[in-house]
Design a protein around this ligand. Structure first.
Ligand code: PAF
Length: 281
């Protein structure tokens, strides 16, 4: 695996991969890799001749009071994992390379960025859209893979690609979970042992609510019950527990089409998100 930090070198190497007709699958990350990222790489390998991954902790998607300065950084260990997983190129630019004019979001994310994390994390999806568009310009992938754990991000990126006619196929990969159900996330590393145990309530409460709604139960009631369970487990604050259209992310009160149940809540100093599919019978 080549580790590339310079944009000209990346252009040459991508040209070389494309010259022999090879297709490129791209896995963008912020590092601190876990099995969720490796599932993206495994899926990428099935979908193209070459896999390019990136590690870039993108400053423009962090709010002023968020965890940019303490976000886990361990590039050497990450590079070893990506190399072993069959990645051909690791694109690892610095902030000046990605933002030569200074770190600012220059793309406004579309309608999918309204509500949910769009409300709790103002500007976050503009930062995501800006960096993903730049990474797509540089890597020119045929297909790009994103985890369903960041479900709203996936919807924002699909909308970005549609709106700008970017010639890339976007693939969502199901959330990877620990044995106790907690969705894998680089931020789980912040949880104390006690918080980690309490955090299991998040997937459980969502699972119960999803089952109740699919069984025909009242949506508002199921959401309220899930919220109460999270409160009982010590989540505070709970940013949202909500049912949305699986495609457009429009809010839903009745299960009359495929939906997604999404939640975000803070456990100690760690903000956790999770989501599950909810389908009508
Ligand atoms: O999901 C992430 O890790 C990031 O939001 C992404 C897509 C790499 C953009 O910085």
């Amino acid at each position: 695996m080549q580790i590339i930090r310079d944009a000209d070198a990346l252009r040459r190497e991508i040209d070389a991969l494309k010259a022999d007709g090879g297709s490129i699958a791209f896995v963008p990350t912020m590092g601190a890799l876990h099995d969720g990222h490796l599932a993206l790489v495994a899926e990428a390998r099935l979908r193209a001749d070459h896999v390019v991954a990136s590690i870039f902790v993108n400053p423009t998607q962090f709010g002023a009071n968020e965890d940019l300065s303490v976000y886990p950084r361990r590039e050497a260990a990450d590079a070893a994992l990506l190399d072993a997983a069959g990645v051909a190129i690791l694109w690892a630019p610095d902030v000046e390379t990605m933002y030569p004019d200074g770190p600012a979001a220059t793309i406004r994310a579309g309608a999918a960025a309204q509500g949910l994390d769009g409300d709790s994390r103002p500007g976050h999806f503009d930062g995501v859209a800006t960096i993903v568009a730049r990474l797509f310009d540089q890597v020119r992938p045929d297909v790009a893979l994103f985890g369903e754990k960041d479900y709203q991000q996936l919807a924002v990126i699909r909308e970005l690609v549609r709106g700008r006619s970017i010639p890339v196929e976007i693939v969502g990969v199901p959330t990877q979970r620990d044995a106790d159900g907690l969705a894998l996330s680089s931020r789980n590393a912040y949880l104390s042992e006690e918080e980690r145990t309490a955090a299991r309530t998040l997937p459980r409460a969502l699972g119960e609510a999803a089952a109740a709604i699919e069984a025909g139960g009242d949506v508002a009631e199921a959401l309220e019950k899930a919220r109460a369970r999270l409160e009982g487990a010590g989540f505070d604050p709970i940013d949202y527990v909500a049912l949305h259209d699986a495609e457009t992310l429009a809010p839903m009160n009745v299960l009359d089409r495929p939906a997604r149940l999404l939640a975000a809540a803070r456990m100690g100093r760690t903000r956790l998100i999770d989501n599950l599919p909810v389908n009508p019978a």
